[in-house]
Structure formats: C-alpha cells, structure tokens
Write a protein that binds this ligand. Structure first.
Ligand SMILES: [Zn+2]
Length: 331
C-alpha cells in the first residue's frame, strides 16, 4: 500500500470506522465493493505466518456479519450479468491463491451465512503440484535455524567474508525470478518442498474445487505460478495470463472467465488489457489497489481485507473516505 494512503488511514481511522456507508456510496457513486482475503484459519500455518496476518474463524464470521448488515451479497456472475438493483449496496467476495482452507474452513461458513464467493487459483499449484515461491521462503524461515540459513545463503552467493546477517529479511525480498536460488538454498538446507506439499497439502485439490463449484461459488485464474507482473517481461505476463486462464477454464468447464492479477495490477503492460478482453475472452480482471475507479470497464480493483492493524469495518470506512478525498482532489 502506498505510504500516503496508509498515513491517511492511520490519521483518520477513528472517524472513518463509523462511516455512514449509504451517504458515502452516494457521494462516491460506488455501491458495489469487492473485498478479498487469502486465508481463514484457527491454526498456525507455517507457509503463511511469516508473510501476512491470518484471520481466525471468529473474526472472519464477525466481518461477514458486518458485511451482511450493510451490503447484500452478490455472485460474480450476477455482477457480470447486471443482475442487481441500482443504488443498493452490494459486496462481491473473493479469495486468492486457492488454499485448502477454502474448502475446509471458508466454504462451510459461507454456506451457513448464504454468501457466494469467487476463488482465484494458480494453475501450477492445484492438487499440490507446486508451491508459491513466497511460501517456499516462509517454509525456509520456519524450518531452518537462522545461523544455518545465514551460512548456506552466504556460501551459495559466494560472498566470502560478507555474511547475510538477517536471512529472513534477505529471503523475503527475493522475487519470482529468484525461484532457482530459493530452490538451491532449500537443497543446501535439506528442506524438501515436495515433502512439505505432501505433508501439509496447502492447496485445494481438483475434487475440492468441483465441490466449491457445486456449492454455487465461482472459480477464476490467478496466473500460472504467481509472479509479480511488474518484475517480468510483457511476453511472460501474457503467457501467465493466457495459459492459467485456459487450463482452469478447460479443467473446470467455466462459463465465465475471471482473472485476478497476482500481487497487484500495477506494472501490468498496458497492451495486455485489450488482449485479455479481446483474444483471451476474459470477462473481468481484478487488482488489489482498494476502492478506486479504473481506466478499463472490465478491470476492477478489490479491497484487501487482511490488514495488520485494521479489521474489515475500518478498512471499508477508510477506503470509502480515501476514495472521496481523491475524487475531491480531482484524481
Ligand atoms: Zn495471490
């Protein structure tokens, strides 16, 4: 998140958390919001706990209750078809990264509360066939003692007398293009990601995904293996989008094509947008930049619901006020 936006949130949070949403929706013209999460769990999740806060079921249920109090749940397909009332407040919920908790924890809660969702999946990770490079990093930090990690990284980088003093910090700044290095570090530290995948099954299986579809949820693509688009070539951006969308649409016989950019839509090459809605026939694409209007009618920025400091009620109030503030500045 941009630092100015964060500063704005921190400064005005006390006022913003009790936002009059009806009035703000009228002021901003935004009646449909798109909050999204990654995981809900009451357990410690080793491949995530070093990366971002994990919401427990009680907080998640409270947040869904808050949404239901102020907004009507809207299915992604109904949003696309325009099946909603003008002027009424709606939320379209989604979850990124296709984690197994979607089936074991999230779906039962959504079923009970009558909320449809869209799950965005990485085609390489379905059925636990691969692990996101950030999860690999988190697993290394979790499993390998700092001293050992520091020594192995220093050796691999041939740094000689220069030592990596904070291996966690070093690992956390690595990118998708460093995947080979991450795999080498794991090998040197005797950590097997395949064993981790087999023991922890972090991701949804195909059968579980079919269950979610049967329960009325939507499925979308989230790239092949989760690179940050601004760090990769335009051709790779295109392939990651095309191939993941095609594999997931074919495997699960999807009627609509939804795609959520991994990390952020910032830095996506501008030629990709018309190609997505044209030759790739993608119905809607999604970013993670919060409440804002976008240049493309089929591209929607969603609201990240997992914040280290704020709950969903505060986040939504902050996002609405910030959006209104920007509009008043003419941005
Ligand atoms: Zn993601």
């Amino acid at each position: 998140m941009q630092s100015f936006k964060q500063l704005y949130f921190n400064t005005f949070n006390n006022r913003n958390k009790n936002a009059d949403l009806q009035r703000l929706a009228k002021n901003t013209g935004v009646h449909i919001i798109f909050p999204f999460y990654h995981i809900v769990s009451n357990q410690s999740v080793p491949h995530i706990k070093h990366l971002y806060p994990i919401k427990d079921t009680t907080s998640f249920e409270d947040e869904m209750g808050y949404l239901l109090k102020h907004f009507t749940p809207l299915h992604m397909d109904d949003y696309v078809a325009g099946n909603y009332e003008k002027g009424k407040l709606y939320f379209v919920l989604s979850f990124d990264d296709g984690l197994s908790e979607m089936h074991s924890v999230v779906a039962p809660i959504l079923k009970q509360m009558g909320i449809p969702a869209t799950f965005f999946l990485n085609s390489d990770f379905i059925d636990n066939k691969g692990l996101f490079y950030r999860y690999k990093v988190a697993v290394l930090i979790e499993k390998v003692p700092t001293e050992k990690l520091s020594k192995q990284i220093t050796n691999l980088l041939s740094l000689g007398k220069v030592k990596i003093a904070n291996p966690a910090k070093y690992l956390l700044q690595l990118k998708w293009s460093d995947t080979e290095l991450i795999d080498k570090i794991a090998l040197a530290c005797h950590v097997s990601f395949n064993t981790y995948l087999a023991e922890h099954t972090p991701y949804l299986t195909s059968a579980q995904i079919l269950d979610l579809i049967k329960e009325g949820h939507a499925i979308g693509a989230h790239s092949i293996n989760h690179p940050e688009y601004r760090t990769i070539d335009p051709q790779i951006q295109f392939l990651q989008t095309r191939d993941s969308m095609q594999i997931i649409a074919d495997n699960f016989q999807l009627k609509k094509k939804y795609f959520a950019f991994p990390f952020t839509a910032d830095g996506v090459v501008k030629e990709l947008f018309p190609a997505m809605y044209g030759e790739l026939k993608i119905d809607l694409s999604f970013g993670t930049a919060g409440l804002q209007t976008t240049k493309y009618p089929k591209h929607i920025e969603r609201i990240p619901a997992e914040h280290i400091r704020y709950g969903l009620q505060e986040i939504i109030g902050n996002e609405y006020y910030y959006h209104r503030f920007k509009r008043r500045l003419g941005k």
